[in-house]
Design a protein around this ligand. Structure first.
Ligand code: RAM
Length: 348
């Protein structure tokens, strides 16, 4: 199992990468198996990393876990995944506590709330467990590293440029987000509001709705947005769950072709909506690469190669060398735009 070398451009996400990763054994371990007491505790020991996504059953996190598992296979470590069915911080806290008791080497978590899971993570750190956030961060003092998928400004710009282009630069748009406290979506929404105000003064964000990264709630919130705003020209959904549900709703509704939809989505979930014309273009990074990088960074912490200090460098297998930036952040790369011309090159 190999991941193709990453380059720092958008072209980094290649079909070959996606296919190679899709071919890996997959199948996340949903059991709560963190590892033994010595796991990942020092040089030469077993490197055990447990991924704790926002929720299970989300293809985005299935992909990031596939990448994590592939990396740990290469490293010779142990991969596990645990997580709640609902994207709530409380549910994550009980998993964190269990993983701390099990003394796993590292917890790699996508946070449902920037502060609510912090006490549990600090206890984990105090007990010698390395804490890595990926995808959605906590307050920085609660973790050793944050593996950021892309710079928030770039993610915000990509989505606002896409919707502005699709609706002709002016008119009412709404945002369909994930959970109201999700660190990542909230950071992107703030940047989207700023960027839209600066670059597209005739674009008006009339509502921000929250579908909690649940398919049905996101579907229902899409319907409600369309009913409440009769002049709505577009919806931006900065969550793969929201985007897929909104596309499904629009595709069979009277609004298809009238109201534009873009945001962050996975190619496999949106392919049919690109093909039937519901969606023109959307953005994302490669979640498999995000999981792969997260696993390598976690292993580097466990093995003592890095501490999370700015300037620390480590090797992330086939992705190459990475450097820890200010605030203990590692950035994967740039977002990528998918459309009818390229979507068939991707399989995640
Ligand atoms: C959903 C989750 C995840 C986010 C993606 C874009 O899968 O909310 O945190 O990064 O969408």
């Amino acid at each position: 199992m190999r991941i193709k070398n990453r380059v720092s451009s958008l072209a980094a996400i290649t079909a070959a990468t996606a296919l190679a990763l899709a071919a890996c054994s997959g199948g996340s371990d949903n059991g709560n198996e963190g590892g033994d007491a010595d796991a990942g505790a020092g040089d030469g020991g077993d490197v055990s990393v447990t991924f704790l996504p926002k929720n299970l059953g989300n293809p985005y996190f299935d992909a990031s876990s596939e990448g994590g598992e592939a990396a740990l296979e290469e490293i010779g470590g142990t991969f596990a995944e645990v997580g709640p069915s609902e994207a709530t911080p409380d549910a994550q806290v009980s998993y964190i506590n269990t993983l701390t008791q099990q003394q796993v080497g590292a917890i790699a978590v996508s946070a449902n709330d920037p502060t609510a899971i912090c006490d549990a993570l600090v206890e984990a750190k105090d007990a010698g467990v390395k804490v890595v956030t990926f995808d959605s961060d906590t307050d920085s003092e609660c973790r050793d590293l944050f593996i950021n998928q892309a710079d928030a400004d770039g993610i915000a710009r990509a989505q606002i440029d896409l919707i502005a282009d699709q609706i002709g630069g002016s008119g009412e748009i709404a945002i369909l987000s994930a959970a109201a406290n999700a660190t990542n979506q909230n950071a992107w929404i703030e940047k989207m509001e700023e960027y839209a105000a600066d670059e597209y003064p005739d674009l008006e964000i009339v509502e921000i709705a929250y579908g909690d990264d649940e398919d049905q709630m996101s579907f229902d919130k899409t319907a409600a947005l369309l009913q409440s705003h009769s002049d709505l020209k577009g919806i931006v959904s900065p969550t793969t769950v929201g985007m897929a549900a909104a596309a499904r709703y629009l595709s069979t509704s009277e609004y298809k072709g009238e109201v534009y939809l873009t945001g962050l989505g996975t190619p496999n979930q949106l392919r049919e909506y690109i093909e039937d014309g519901t969606v023109e273009a959307f953005a994302l990074w490669n979640p498999e690469e995000l999981g792969y990088l997260t696993a390598y960074a976690s292993a580097a912490l466990i093995n003592g190669e890095i501490t999370g200090e700015e300037g620390d460098t480590f090797s992330a297998g086939d992705l190459g060398e990475y450097t820890v930036e200010e605030d203990s952040v590692v950035v994967l790369g740039d977002p990528y735009v998918f459309d009818a011309d390229n979507i068939d090159e991707f399989d995640f």
